[in-house]
Design a protein around this ligand. Structure first.
Ligand SMILES: Cc1cc2nc3c(=O)[nH]c(=O)nc-3n(C[C@H](O)[C@H](O)[C@H](O)COP(=O)(O)O)c2cc1C
Length: 412
């Protein structure tokens, strides 16, 4: 009789099988001899090794606790790591876009005090409401800015303590850092307003503050809005545009940002988004990549729904992609992308043998699908909720000022 044992996942407080290599890794060599496309080639970012170029995009779950304790984060991180996967956290400050009702209730409706909102306490670079009739935010003074800088650093330090693999700074979608960068929302006359250099000052300071509390080998992501989409709507008014995004990339790379995650929009309601191709924001990412070359990893997000679109984006020079809504539709997205590209990937052990056979080293590229969701994705998405809970108090008086979302990296 042979002793056949199951290796346990390391550093885990309960038993779960070790997943080596991690799910989502392309089999090498491929069973059918296919060449592995870039989408399924690993990527090393400082000390973080990704087994493919597909990341789950951060998606707010409108869930939060009151206390900011780190414990629930530890548990989620432990689970993701037990699956030999990576997990990151996105930290943001909503600025003038805070105190809104849950997304599914109504589009951009203000949350009143009666239901727990804080419409009278919104903060922004300038006292300009998001939309006509919205509450007018207070212009942040120097001490408010200092408090927010510290809050970012504290949030990042707690995320590091919780064991995340990476941090993403939310500088996008019309939230606070984007509000400072864009001349649409920043009319200040001090050192944080006016020139491009002044408007990006807070973004740089936040990057510096966060980078300082991160381990040297942990990568830092920065998500940027490539354009306000106002250039054609109000051509005579200054707004943030693709050229600014490229200029900011050059500066942030020098301040320790490793991955520039290029999205767009969100600064104010007059924006007009023009969809010209499936991966509708990829051209902005390409503009950055063309300028930055090897000096900065560039990610693209938006409209990437299948493996061919994803691989097409990488072929334009982009280093990695993030996927949002498609992951919500189909939790086996990485597996599906692989199949669409004719690639066999490792699945979690408990699933793999169903297709590849017992005792096998990996998936043989079977086309059949299980009729249930792959466990890891379910947990990863639920995990987004859990992550959303613990850091809620970091923004100062009103916890919701600065709350995290999650980037789950390279889910299988
Ligand atoms: C429900 C939902 C919540 C989102 N929350 C966030 C968020 O918290 N932070 C962020 O940067 N982007 C957020 N986004 C934007 C996504 O990360 C992504 O950039 C966008 O959906 C476009 O990618 P997709 O076409 O693959 O969905 C959210 C999107 C959705 C659908």
């Amino acid at each position: 009789m042979e002793d056949i044992s199951v290796a346990a996942a390391p550093n885990t407080s309960y038993f779960t099988p070790a997943q080596v290599p991690p799910a989502g890794t392309a089999l090498e060599p491929q069973p059918n001899g296919n060449i592995i496309p870039q989408l399924f080639q690993p990527l090393q970012i400082r000390g973080l090794r990704l087994q493919n170029r597909i990341l789950l995009s951060p998606m707010v779950t409108q869930s939060a606790a009151q206390d900011g304790k780190v414990t629930p984060y530890h548990r989620l991180v432990e689970y993701v790591h037990s699956q030999n996967q990576k997990v990151g956290i996105q930290l943001n400050h909503t600025g003038r876009k805070g105190s809104t009702v849950a997304l599914w209730l109504r589009a951009h409706a203000i949350s009143t005090k009666v239901v727990g909102g804080w419409p009278d306490e919104l903060l922004a670079p300038s006292a300009i409401p998001y939309a006509p009739g919205d509450p007018v935010p207070a212009e942040l003074d120097e001490s408010g800015i200092e408090r927010i800088r510290r809050a970012w650093a504290n949030a990042a330090a707690r995320a590091v303590k919780a064991g995340v693999d990476t941090i993403e700074i939310h500088g996008v979608h019309g939230y606070l850092l984007h509000q400072f960068c864009s001349p649409v929302t920043n009319k200040r006359t001090d050192k944080y307003g006016g020139s491009f250099e002044n408007r990006i000052r807070l973004a740089i300071e936040v990057v510096d503050a966060v980078r300082k509390v991160m381990p040297e080998d942990m990568p830092l992501f920065y998500r940027v809005s490539a354009t306000d989409w106002l250039e054609e709507v109000v051509p005579d008014e200054p707004s943030w545009c693709s050229e600014d995004t490229v200029k900011l990339a050059e500066v942030l790379a020098d301040h320790g940002v490793d991955v520039y995650d290029v999205s767009s929009a969100g600064i104010e309601p007059r924006q007009k988004i023009v969809l010209t191709e499936p991966a509708y924001q990829s051209r902005f990412a390409v503009a950055v990549k063309e300028k930055m070359g090897d000096k900065l990893l560039v990610a693209s997000v938006g409209g990437i729904k299948d493996g061919h679109i994803a691989q097409g984006v990488l072929q334009k020079g982009i280093d990695l992609i993030l996927v949002g809504r498609q992951f919500l539709r189909e939790h086996q997205t990485v597996w599906a992308f692989a199949e669409q590209l004719g690639i066999a990937v490792k699945l979690p052990n408990q699933v793999d043998w169903v297709f590849a056979g017992r005792g096998s080293q990996g998936n043989k590229g079977a086309k059949e699908r299980l009729g249930f969701e792959v466990l890891l994705h379910v947990v990863a998405l639920v995990g987004n909720n859990i992550f959303g809970q613990a850091y809620q108090d970091i923004g100062g008086k009103r916890p919701e000022y600065l709350y995290p979302e999650v980037v789950i990296l390279t889910p299988q």
